[in-house]
Write a protein that binds this ligand. Structure first.
Ligand code: RP5
Length: 162
């Protein structure tokens, strides 16, 4: 489901983030949401960042999921250059276990919002689900698939522990 007329962009600051961010991409695959995946670093590829953010709306993206770790300015910088909703995923960094990522993504000054998810794998999955929910507001078929995904999750929970 990647690439053809993507509705969601998943970006990350480094190849090292893919182990986390791929979990969100898998959910978008399951929900059949067209999406694209890119490495876009705020500090290593700043020109790529500007091009990506400034073209996001006109290319039809409905949400951008941005994962970054450490001094994680990627989500905020993207949000500063597009009105497309940006969902930030704090990568679980080695030095500070993701607290650095979390605070630098969450503590945006007023005026440029970034929706911040949990640190690490839960954040990557939930960002994808939230992005899919944004798209589903205007897509009844996707809304049905998202409802079914949630129902399947509920059905998979046993009433008693094994
Ligand atoms: C950030 O620096 C990336 O988002 C990554 O989480 C972190 C470390 O990157 P690498 O040194 O592993 O490439 O830009």
């Amino acid at each position: 489901m990647t690439e053809a007329n993507p509705q969601i962009g998943i970006i990350m600051g480094s190849q090292s983030d893919w182990a986390t961010m791929s979990l969100g991409a898998q959910i978008l695959d399951e929900l059949q949401v067209p999406h694209e995946v890119r490495i876009v670093s705020a500090h290593r590829t700043p020109d790529r960042l500007v091009e990506y953010a400034k073209s996001a709306a006109e290319r039809g993206l409905k949400a951008v999921v941005a994962g970054a770790g450490g001094a994680a300015h990627l989500p905020g910088m993207v949000a500063s250059m597009t009105r497309v909703p940006v969902l930030g995923v704090p990568i679980q960094s080695r030095a500070l276990n993701g607290m650095d990522s979390l605070l630098s993504i969450a503590q945006m000054p007023a005026g440029i919002p970034v929706g911040t998810l949990a640190i690490g794998e839960a954040g990557a999955k939930n960002a994808a689900l939230l992005a899919a929910a944004i798209v589903a507001n205007e897509d009844t078929a996707l809304a049905g698939r998202l409802d079914a995904w949630r129902q399947a999750q509920s059905d998979a929970v046993a009433e008693t522990p094994a």
